[in-house]
Design a binder for this molecule. Structure first.
Ligand code: NAD
Ligand code: AHE
Ligand code: ZN
Ligand code: ZN
Length: 374
């Protein structure tokens, strides 16, 4: 009755570049406006590896990483009314309060209600719910899905159809929603458009799906790892190119093969040199390039301003421009209706104790998504 904490198995990142270790941690019960979620499954996204590498200026340690999860509400704190025990939820690293300047602008999904504390690895009241033997362990992206039990603000949960398999729709918590959304919401690709997608990992392949759903005319996939080409083709890519096969800049190759450049390009890697290539392969006068990839502290993009003067547009997107609470449940319904697949993304599954394998497989270029079953 006076219980204040529960025990939870979690993968803890103790410091940059160190493998995660499986620990039994203490999770404090949810406070006002907070929710305790039992994670059922979680994907491993490249952004988790990015932060673990030490490149993320917002990376704090020790932390429980993970932001691509699916779970079930275990307990709710005071005042929580929009979710109840037993609800199936997808944690949101981009909250949706519905009230802040960003939410009410009608121009962005980047709710800022809890963003400041989230970036410091803390709950909105400025404290952490995770500890081990009294030592604070930080949250990550407001989600920390690499724990059996995690605590989130109520506004960081999308309530979804309980018939959706959490082991699959967890991928809608980041990767698949991001890639599809970048194409459909951020770029608004139209029927017949020519599209170039740089990087054919979980994000790039989801952008391929989005481009196919938008009936793009030509979908050009670019990767230096040709083992990604087969699935890209299956999902709808019409042309697949490896920059290593050419002795001139890949943007020139693409401009030539598309009679002047593409209508839209997407950078799904996090490499600032490729971001330049993605901009410069766009058609003069109207081509738009969308940055999805995340780059480390100190990295900067560059191009000749003339590229923009002559009508190319450079932009970026987070979580595919999707407002999680109001829009993600419908994306889950569209998955259930068979509009797109998720299973083909799941190249590996494993238990939490094997989670470091997921990072190894990603770095070796062998996986699209590993899904960890808690
Ligand atoms: P991933 O590791 O699965 O895929 C990256 C792909 O890029 C791989 O197939 C790799 O072979 C390819 N690649 C690497 N260097 C290349 C180069 N020079 N030229 C061409 N291809 C190259 O990663 P992912 O999980 O798909 O994530 C991709 C990026 O998107 C990461 O930077 C991640 O942090 C970011 N991301 C951003 C958002 C967002 O909301 N903006 C969301 C999710 C992920
Ligand atoms: N913390 C980093 C930036 C990391 C970043 O850009 N995150 C993306 C989501 S990646 C998901 O895989 C994002 O949503 N950004 C918007 C936001 O508010 O964080 C840094 O450079 O400080
Ligand atoms: Zn991610
Ligand atoms: Zn808001």
């Amino acid at each position: 009755p006076n219980q204040t904490h529960i025990k939870s198995k979690a993968a803890v990142a103790w410091g940059p570049g160190e493998p995660l270790t499986i620990e039994e941690i203490d999770v404090e019960l949810p406070k006002k406006g907070e929710v305790l979620v039992r994670i059922i499954a979680t994907g491993v996204c490249h952004t988790d590896a990015f932060t673990l590498s030490g490149e993320d200026p917002e990376g704090v340690f020790p932390a429980v990483l993970g932001h691509e999860g699916g779970g079930i509400v275990e307990a709710v704190g005071e005042g929580v009314s929009s979710v109840a025990v037993g609800d199936h939820v997808i944690p949101l690293y981009t909250a949706e309060c519905g009230k802040c300047k960003f939410c009410t602008s009608g121009k962005t999904n980047l709710c800022q209600a809890v963003r400041e504390t989230q970036g410091k690895g803390l709950m909105p009241d400025g404290t952490s719910r995770f500890s081990k033997e009294g030592k604070t362990i930080y949250h990550y992206m407001g989600t920390s899905t690499f724990s059996e039990y995690t605590v989130l603000p109520e506004i960081s949960l999308a309530k979804i159809n309980p018939s959706a398999p959490l082991e699959e729709v967890c991928l809608l918590g980041c990767g698949v929603t991001t890639g599809m959304g970048a194409v459909m919401n951020t770029a608004k690709v139209q029927e017949g458009d020519t599209v170039a997608i740089f990087g054919l990992g979980g994000i790039g392949l989801s952008a391929v799906i989005g481009a196919r759903m938008a009936n793009a005319g030509r979908i050009i996939g670019i990767d230096i790892n040709e083992s990604k080409f087969e699935l890209a083709k299956q999902l709808g890519a019409t042309d697949l190119i490896n920059p290593k096969d050419y002795d001139k800049p890949i943007q020139e190759v693409i401009v030539e093969m598309t009679d002047g450049g593409v209508d839209y390009s997407f950078e799904c890697i996090g490499n600032v040199n490729v971001m330049r290539q993605a901009l410069e392969c766009c058609h003069k006068g109207w081509g738009e390039s969308v940055i999805i990839g995340v780059s480390g502290a100190g990295q900067e993009i560059s191009t000749r301003p003339f590229q923009l003067v002559t009508g190319r547009v450079w932009r970026g997107t987070a979580f595919g421009g999707v407002k999680g609470r109001s829009e993600l449940p419908d994306i889950v319904e569209r998955y259930l209706a068979g509009e797109f697949g998720l299973q083909e993304f799941i190249t590996h599954t494993m238990g939490l104790s094997q989670i470091n394998d997921a990072f190894d497989l990603m770095h070796e270029g062998k996986s699209i998504r590993s899904v960890v079953h808690m």
